[in-house]
Design a protein. Structure first.
Length: 317
């Protein structure tokens, strides 16, 4: 039988491989820590060298503050090719919507047929709140409890009140009515917060009188309906009386009895004032020119804003 030489050397080969593996592992444990130590020494040496380098101090340069700009930029005639498109939304009361806005809106939509006009009828407080939240572009109001501190508030016009009664009423026979004459009759007028109703209460109070208000409404047409029925004497904004439509009623001037009211227009600070939005503002209140609006937008406080309009003379409606 022939002997295989590999079989004879097999144990020797196993021992040799085992010795080689042991030597390799031992070398790794011996060499690696020393190599790592040398690397750490090198890092320390580099850090020491860096610390010895002197870095010259740099001078601090003060940058100039950016120039002030209006809180609401106004578009120039050349800006935006789509200025004739978009949406214009306003929030206002029934009185404004029916008696002061129709001609302005009609003129506006004819000039800007591609601008969608939206009108929201609501209370004065609600209109201010909607403008402050950015839900509408513009708010129109006369009297409100809301401060609207983040609005650019601009006066538009003065308005007066009239006493309305049915034809033949005893008040029509007086040469000049007084508050004590009105105090003798039940009164039908606006709800508090609408068209200067608190000014009316104050006028009676300052003269030691009490207004006998028996019915209030937010709509001048509703007030006139109840005056026609004989519910009481009506007190409304003079602009809400139409001689043709209200031919069965008589309007008595009450400028001497109550202070004039003021109608305001406002929009939120930071809103981009597109050209068609400015055009609407100027249509409604011609004294609000682009320069005046830009000046109002540049103010930072209510006091500064009020100064812009200190010398402005408002029209009476």
């Amino acid at each position: 039988m022939r002997n295989d030489p590999l079989n004879l050397d097999y144990p020797i080969r196993i021992r040799a491989v085992a010795v080689a593996v042991v030597l390799g592992i031992s070398s790794a444990f011996y060499v690696f820590p020393r190599a790592l130590g040398e690397a750490e020494k090198t890092v320390y040496i580099i850090q020491e060298e860096i610390e010895t380098i002197e870095i010259p101090e740099t001078e601090q340069i003060e940058l100039p503050e950016p120039p002030a700009r209006p809180s609401i930029p106004i578009a120039s005639d050349e800006e935006f090719s789509d200025e004739d498109y978009g949406t214009l939304s306003i929030a206002t009361t029934h009185t404004q919507a029916k008696f002061t806005l129709p001609k302005v809106v009609d003129k506006f939509v004819k000039k800007y047929p591609n601008v969608h006009f939206q009108m929201h009828q609501c209370t004065p407080d609600e209109s201010v709140e909607m403008a402050a939240r950015g839900e509408v572009d513009i708010a129109l109001w006369t009297e409100t409890n809301e401060k609207g501190e983040n609005l650019i508030k601009m006066p538009c016009y003065k308005w007066s009140r009239s006493v309305i009664v049915p034809k033949g009423h005893p008040l029509t026979k007086l040469p000049k009515i007084k508050l004590k004459d009105l105090a003798n009759y039940p009164i039908v007028t606006y709800v508090f917060g609408f068209t200067g109703s608190n000014d009316l209460d104050r006028a009676f109070f300052e003269r030691g009188l009490k207004a006998n208000v028996v019915f209030t409404a937010t709509d001048a047409d509703v007030i006139k309906t109840y005056v026609k029925m004989g519910t009481g004497v009506g007190i409304i904004a003079s602009m809400a009386f139409n001689e043709k439509e209200d031919s069965d009623l008589v309007a008595i001037n009450a400028n001497h009895l109550f202070d004039s009211g003021t109608t305001y227009m406002g929009f939120r600070r930071g809103t981009y004032l597109r050209s068609h939005l400015f055009e609407f503002i100027n249509m409604f209140a011609p004294h609000l020119t682009k320069d005046i609006v830009a000046k109002a937008c540049s103010t930072k406080s209510k006091k500064e804003l009020d100064k812009v309009f200190d010398s402005t003379k408002l029209l009476r409606r």
